[in-house]
Design a protein around this ligand. Structure first.
Ligand code: 8YV
Length: 332
């Protein structure tokens, strides 16, 4: 029996490629000599796409915009590697009855570990201390004393699965917890702030774990950073777009906040030279979920979503905008 085509516009991990190639005729767009010609030929019949944000894709990016969705009239499924799917216009997919899946749950604990590790590194300056030792400076004198986690309050921006896992870690470390989001969550035992600025004022760690995309663009701006204050620390493991980067750079340079730990950047993998030049911040190359075990679990979930959907059993982890089975009638 002829296999269905599946378009992979950007290189996903080998496990995804191998898993999908068993059941689909996999079209690896980035390997094609003339991708435009290939797209023109396959777009009218293509039903399945598997993709991811460029972080795993050697800088090759192929956002699934409304225009891209419109280009594939028979499209039924976009399976994304990653819990965040701001690389996909899920609203446009929903309007055309296209299901989008992501990879929730399997990366929650790993990403929360990264967030907390980054927080500890920022507050206690562990990367700087490591550099200090290697540079032989300890032989002359001890490393300077640092700020402390003791007595701090962590405000979580976006109390989703990952935000909750970070909150649990915070409690284990003796932090006070607060959160801000669209709505108060009945089962969350921590104080809810309707206004982010109020929460920023009430805490000295701001932990960003909210989805990216237009709704949260530049949510953390100069006003919020000033409310966080001179002892304040910003940690972002969500998306670079959530933070107004020039405003953050200014606040760091002028000492209006203490420090920042960033795993994500607005134009990643490009990172502003101003941040790289600052020794008191900690910068990671988007490694939130980047362990072998977690990336393998994410990869398996992409494959399982595509296989289940193509077999008529429905998607395993559809995103909120494209629920299953109550999807809208297809527009075509
Ligand atoms: C990955 C992520 O780095 O899941 C996400 O939203 O940002 C990370 O887990 C990314 O998705 C890899 O493509």
């Amino acid at each position: 029996m002829a296999q269905d085509d599946l378009l992979m516009p950007v290189p996903l991990p080998p496990l995804v490629q191998e898993g999908l190639a068993k059941s689909f005729n996999l079209i690896k767009l980035w390997e094609e000599r003339d991708p435009e010609a290939v797209l023109a030929a396959i777009a009218p019949r293509m039903r399945f796409i598997a993709t991811g944000v460029p972080i795993l894709a050697d800088g090759v990016s192929y956002p699934i915009s409304a225009a891209v969705v419109a280009r594939f009239p028979k499209l039924e499924l976009v399976a994304n590697l990653g819990v965040g799917y701001d690389n996909i216009d899920a609203g446009a997919c929903a309007a055309r009855g296209v299901i989008v899946t992501n990879t929730p749950d399997v990366l929650t604990e790993e990403t929360a570990d990264t967030a907390f590790g980054l927080l500890l590194c920022v507050i206690r300056q562990f990367p700087q201390a490591d550099r200090y030792l290697r540079e032989g400076k300890w032989l002359k004198t001890g490393f300077p004393l640092t700020a402390s986690l003791r007595g701090r309050t962590m405000g979580i921006v976006g109390l989703g699965r990952i935000g909750r896992a970070i909150a649990r870690r915070g409690e284990a470390f003796g932090l006070k917890i607060a959160y801000h989001g669209r709505t108060a969550q009945a089962d969350a035992p921590w104080p809810f702030y309707e206004r982010l600025e109020d929460m920023a004022r009430a805490c000295d760690i701001l932990m960003v774990s909210t989805p990216g995309g237009p709704a949260t663009r530049n949510l953390i701006d100069a006003k919020i950073l000033d409310a966080l204050g001179p002892q304040g620390v910003l940690i972002n493991i969500a998306r670079g777009s959530v933070v107004d980067e020039p405003a953050l750079i200014a606040a760091l340079r002028e000492g209006r906040i203490l420090s920042a730990g960033l795993d994500v950047f607005a134009g990643e993998p490009e990172v502003p030279a101003e941040l790289i030049a600052m020794d008191h911040v900690v910068l990671l190359p988007h490694v939130g979920s980047a362990s072998h075990a977690t990336r393998d679990a994410m990869s398996a979930l992409v494959v399982d979503n595509a296989l289940s959907f193509a077999a008529g059993r429905g998607p395993l982890t559809p995103v909120a905008e494209t629920p299953w089975p109550s999807r809208p009638e297809k527009a075509h």
